[in-house]
Design a protein. Structure first.
Lengths: 161, 591
């Protein structure tokens, strides 16, 4: 009768410990720790959050509370190319939803999903600060503006590797 | 003192600087409704997020309405608690809350005790104008606690007690916007989290989002079953609180009425956990004496301080958070489990039934006791020593179901041979009580002399951490500590880890003030005077007992003679002692 066991790759475990140590294992740095950790792993699965909680000496619920609160953090691995469609007010009135629909039908996934081959993931966000180019989307940080649904196929083709 | 004057509802009032509008109004007899706000005065338990906005009041000259619970009074402030604007806003806030709340009050476990329901009644809500989305969460059953997140209003009282008071952190706010709710991390079931099942979340929840597992139907079924015999035990703290459920003043001692009610409900044998509390003192006290003597004679291998182990939430706490220190707490089982172990062996033999034909029920002020009954190590051949644990509230429901006029019930006695008890046993129900009961026996045994005074006032009180030096002539000056609230217990554990703990003996209880405010007790809705009245009553009950030392209980003396042999002897070791497990989360590293 022992406690729960969490299986984790040793190298990943060390990496997370090092990230936490670089912030002096200070629980006040939780958000920064999570940023760094997500930067490294691409996402924040349960096991990773457990180790962060252990290193910072806080309940894992606190970590999960923050991860589930901020849309920037994700518990699902993103695709190789992470697509973010802006649904902020300016983009929305300029037809962002139609662009989003085109992406969904082209990739056959919904918001928050990843294509079966792991190549694309699709998310929505609110305002990237490029309202002059509305409607806007980004793929791995690269911005595409003044979109119409017909552009979608062409843009995705750029990532045909 | 620095005071300020202000006007509330056209009356002037003078209050110390820093007083909130809520408190100032309260002292004028104006009751501003609250919902998320929760405070147990003098017991260090509070939740003041200022989040629900039910307490909004109008402050003349201020643009928006002010939440009274967190807004400090300012000089010459003019406050209107019942202006049309404030009343309107308050009603709208409540209506919005109710628009995403299931309308199943009739079947709700908190019906009649629900603060949201009372508020809706007080505010005369007759319709809910808003038709919006409804939360759809599955209901989670754990061994002790039922969670129905659909009824969560995000007051976050539970989160405050779980994180701040108990330092456990099993539940908290997750997600945001409409789906925001109090939940476990990753929506895991409570049993897979660090939850220690203290149940204080249930005790403070204003709605039916958190409640205890209800065993009343199972108990009634077993009482009606002619193939089994039923016996019941009642914990010390129940007798100073149950009366509240029947309109008696807080702190009424209703021991005799409880015995009578349990007989009227139909239990075959009505016994007392106070009896096994006395037994606990014999076992735990003997262990304390043994470990202390070894320690004082220079044995470095012995673990000091000895810590109490009666509180099942505390046991869960050290198994989950400090398994490396699990040799410090006494191996003595809790009174509930000692009772069960003796009932299903000694007593079952006495009445000529096998253990599977004897149903053992406990009535506890506690929610964690339900979890404790289900522990594998407390089962023999698949049957538990204690079959069901009921809370004080469940007993009240049973009494009502069985048409018993509790308030006017003539008193009765507990049955023999597991019914006689002493004053030392009844004080188990309050913080400091187990310590005092143990001292009454241990000091007499250590010195070989009758104690000149048996009231150890120095370990009584309601502060969260108390310490005292108890001189034991010819032996040593004992450093003892009494703590309640697991955050305070954590402080002691950290001292032990750091090697700075100076105590010989430490008592721990998880709930505020000990079992008197256990999570299974009648809801007090933040009224600390109720807890204080129960505390006073526990010591009154002690004073009224003819015998006040556990080792002088005639039924305890008899069972050692007849059945158990010596305290901490072979039979006791087998029946009355236990061991603890390492339940901490471990990382299994793969190459």
């Amino acid at each position: 009768m022992c406690g729960p066991q969490i299986k984790i790759n040793e190298a990943s475990y060390r990496t997370i410990k090092d990230i936490c140590a670089s912030f002096d294992n200070n629980p006040g740095e939780l958000i920064n720790v999570l940023h760094k950790t997500q930067e490294h792993f691409g996402y924040l699965p349960k096991e990773v959050q457990q180790i962060v909680a252990d290193c910072l000496g806080i309940p894992v619920g606190r970590v999960y509370g923050v991860v589930s609160f901020y849309s920037f953090f994700t518990m699902k691995p993103k695709g190789k190319y992470a697509i973010s469609v802006c649904l902020g007010t300016a983009c929305y009135v300029k037809g962002a939803e139609k662009v989003l629909d085109a992406l969904k039908s082209e990739l056959k996934i919904s918001e928050g999903g990843v294509t079966e081959d792991g190549k694309f993931s699709l998310d929505v966000l609110r305002c990237v600060g490029a309202c002059g180019l509305a409607p806007v989307m980004t793929i791995n940080g690269k911005t595409y503006g003044r979109l119409v649904p017909e552009h979608v196929k062409e843009i995705l083709a750029e990532y045909a590797d | 003192m620095d005071t300020i004057k202000l006007t509330i509802d056209n009356r002037e009032v003078e209050v110390p600087r820093g007083t909130t509008i809520l408190k100032a109004a309260e002292q004028m007899g104006i009751k501003i409704p609250t919902l998320c706000h929760f405070e147990l005065d003098g017991l260090a338990l509070e939740n003041r997020p200022g989040g629900c906005r039910i307490c909004v009041v109008e402050v003349v000259g201020r643009r928006n309405l002010a939440p009274a619970c967190i807004t400090e009074c300012m000089p010459d402030m003019v406050v209107k608690t019942n202006s049309f604007r404030a009343l309107n806003a308050r009603r709208t806030v409540l209506e919005l809350m109710l628009s995403d709340h299931p309308n199943d009050c009739l079947q709700c476990p908190k019906s009649g005790k629900c603060e949201l329901q009372s508020l809706a009644a007080d505010m005369g809500i007759r319709e809910i104008p808003f038709k919006g989305q409804q939360s759809q969460y599955p209901i989670e059953l754990s061994p002790s606690i039922v969670r129905d997140a659909n009824k969560c209003i995000m007051c976050r009282r539970c989160e405050s007690v779980c994180h701040e008071y108990q330092s456990v952190g099993a539940i908290g706010a997750v997600d945001r916007g409409f789906p925001a709710v109090v939940n476990t991390a990753f929506d895991d079931p409570l049993v897979n989290t660090n939850c220690v099942f203290c149940g204080q979340c249930v005790a403070v929840c204003p709605t039916g989002a958190l409640s205890e597992v209800d065993n009343t139907a199972k108990v009634l079924r077993d009482i009606a079953n002619p193939d089994v015999k039923t016996c019941v035990q009642v914990a010390p703290a129940v007798r100073v609180a149950l009366g509240e459920e029947f309109g008696l003043p807080s702190g009424s001692i209703v021991t005799g009425k409880i015995a009578a009610a349990l007989k009227a409900i139909g239990f075959d044998y009505v016994f007392d956990t106070d009896w096994s509390a006395d037994l606990t003192i014999m076992e735990e006290g003997t262990e304390v004496i043994g470990r202390l003597k070894a320690f004082l004679s220079g044995d470095k291998s012995v673990k000091i301080p000895v810590m109490t182990s009666c509180c099942p939430a505390w046991v869960n706490f050290y198994e989950k958070f400090y398994p490396e220190l699990r040799e410090y707490p006494s191996t003595a089982k809790s009174p509930q489990q000692m009772f069960g172990a003796v009932a299903k062996t000694y007593f079952a033999d006495k009445i000529g039934v096998t253990r599977d034909k004897l149903v053992c029920v406990s009535v506890m002020p506690c929610v964690a006791k339900k979890y404790e009954t289900g522990r594998e190590e407390f089962k023999v051949d698949g049957t538990p020593d204690v079959d069901y644990s009921l809370t004080t509230r469940e007993l009240a429901r049973l009494i009502k179901i069985c048409n018993i006029d509790f308030a006017n019930l003539p008193e009765a006695e507990f049955d023999s041979p597991l019914g006689a008890s002493t004053g030392a046993a009844v004080i188990f129900g309050a913080t400091g009580g187990v310590m005092e009961a143990a001292l009454r026996t241990a000091v007499e045994v250590l010195t070989g002399k009758t104690l000149p005074r048996i009231d150890f006032e120095e370990v009584r009180g309601l502060e969260g951490i108390r310490e005292a030096v108890v001189p034991v002539p010819g032996v040593a000056d004992l450093n003892v500590a009494v703590v309640y609230g697991l955050k305070n217990a954590r402080t002691i554990m950290e001292q032990i880890k750091a090697g700075t703990c100076k105590y010989h003996f430490v008592e721990v209880m998880a709930c505020p003030g000990g079992c008197i405010d256990g999570a299974g007790q009648p809801y007090h809705h933040g009224d600390a005077s109720i807890v204080k009245a129960r505390h006073k009553a526990i010591y009154e009950a002690d004073r009224s007992m003819p015998i006040r030392k556990s080792h002088e209980n005639p039924e305890i003396i008899a069972i050692y003679k007849e059945f158990l042999g010596q305290p901490c002897g072979e039979k006791s070791h087998h029946l009355l002692h236990t061991h603890y497990f390492d339940k901490k989360i471990k990382f299994d590293l793969e190459k």
